[in-house]
Design a protein around this ligand. Sequence first.
Ligand code: MN3
Length: 203
Amino acid sequence: MAFTLPDLPYGYGDLEPYIDTCTMLIHHTKHHAGYTNNVNKAIAGTPMDDMSIEDLLAACDGSNTAVRNNGGGYYNHSLFWTIMSPNGGGTPTGNLAEAMNSAFGSFESFKDRFSTAAKTRFGSGWAWLIVNGEGSLEVCSTPNQDNPLMSFAECSNGTPILGLDVWEHAYYLRYQNRRPAYVENFFNVVNWGEVARRFNAAR
Ligand code: MN3
């Protein structure tokens, strides 16, 4: 059963001015489409063919680089589109806000930590907010298209509920070398309602 490229839940220009139309168009129709096609090729005719993407990543041992890179890329971008919204920004509420206060002290302290993880990830990768095995929130980052569902990830194993793509393809057209400005502006489009939904589903 092949994975399919999900539609964006908004238009390519709807995250302007924070994320530009051209970046969104290329990112979705070229990069994400490429990961989708390539993970499908990598699993076709193998026992991995009928796994969910979550099970596939959890089962991946890292030596199958086609599954690791393209399965990771498929999952990471599928999550990324949903946790942004043209009506995003602000701060979380309810039990997500409480969990954030308990793990980090405050929203501002969470934001600092997450931004630092995004800004200091050397080269290409992702910053994450995850629900760990104890049901608590943690911030971490991974290189390339790895993510916290993978057993060997540079993160505690857990369920990602917020992710930020810091590959240059995610920001270079608008921000060039100014990754910190991209990271700061990302907070204007975070869909905290979707992050809260994922938080509650993961606990
Ligand atoms: Mn990307």
